[in-house]
Design a protein around this ligand. Structure first.
Ligand SMILES: C[S@@+](CC[C@H](N)C(=O)[O-])C[C@H]1O[C@@H](n2cnc3c(N)ncnc32)[C@H](O)[C@@H]1O
Ligand SMILES: Nc1nc2[nH]cc(C(=O)O)c2c(=O)[nH]1
Ligand code: SF4
Ligand SMILES: [Mg+2]
Length: 214
């Protein structure tokens, strides 16, 4: 039987997060997620969706004429067919990244893909789901992201980063939870602590607000 994926949306936008920020990027959003982070901006991807064959996804992606593809969700790795999708996108010549919650083993992902792993903080409500063994798998160009919801989350993430010497192993991103922490506060905390992590905001929310399909 052919490979099929359940998708919430495919759209062309500007990458708003992580290392490829700013590049025109096709987003492939897979339906479904086993987590329920309190801040999730994509709860509309928990249910519903439409089935696509792998060939149909590749055709839709190609129709946008972009070089970058970001596979996200929901939790993309919760669908087994995500693995062959990633490989097919690499074979087609795209620069491919995946946004994943860190709750699922990232080792089967094609090595040509850049993995962006979100470590869930205490105030996400999903800390217990973190698979910290994922971190040892990351290459220097790959990324761990902490979405910071409070000063307490910042201190937790700061201690985690130092204890694990994360900045020696990969890129570490700290991002304010949208409308829960002020970007300028998080930026100042990072400066004050001389923490060797990279501050980021969700660029797309500055451009378009909290709009689905952007
Ligand atoms: C919607 S998730 C999908 C991928 C995967 N489930 C995950 O959590 O990484 C994509 C990214 O958006 C981030 N995100 C979701 N809601 C957010 C918010 N309110 N503020 C900041 N980042 C948010 C997530 O932490 C994650 O890094
Ligand atoms: N523009 C834009 N950039 C993004 N980068 C990661 C996203 C995601 O939802 O995973 C995202 C998104 O939803 N929109
Ligand atoms: S893991 Fe990602 S998609 Fe799932 S609830 Fe958390 S932020 Fe939303
Ligand atoms: Mg998003």
């Amino acid at each position: 039987m052919s490979v099929r994926l359940k998708l919430t949306e495919i759209f062309l936008s500007i990458q708003g997060e992580a290392d490829a920020v700013g590049w025109p990027t096709v987003f492939v959003r897979l339906t479904g997620c086993p987590l329920r982070c309190q801040y999730c901006d994509t709860a509309y991807a928990f249910h519903g969706g439409e089935w696509f064959t792998l060939e149909q996804v590749l055709e839709r992606v190609a129709s946008y004429g972009a070089r970058h593809v970001c596979v996200t969700g929901g939790e993309p790795l919760a669908q087994k067919a995500c693995i062959p999708l990633l490989t097919a996108l690499c074979d087609a010549g795209y620069r491919v990244s995946i946004e994943t919650s860190g709750a699922i083993d990232v080792s089967p992902v094609d090595p040509r893909v850049t993995r962006v792993v979100d470590m869930k903080t205490p105030d996400s409500g999903e800390e217990a789901r973190n698979r910290t063994d994922n971190l040892a798998l990351l290459r220097a160009d790959e990324q761990v992201k902490f979405v910071i919801c409070s000063r307490g989350d910042f201190e937790w993430a700061r201690d985690f980063v130092r204890r694990e010497a994360l900045p020696d192993r990969c890129t570490v991103l700290f991002s304010p939870s949208y409308q829960q922490v002020e970007g300028r506060d998080l930026a100042q905390w990072i400066i004050d602590e001389r923490l060797p992590v990279r501050f980021q905001v969700q660029l797309h929310k500055y451009l378009w607000g909290d709009t689905p399909g952007r």
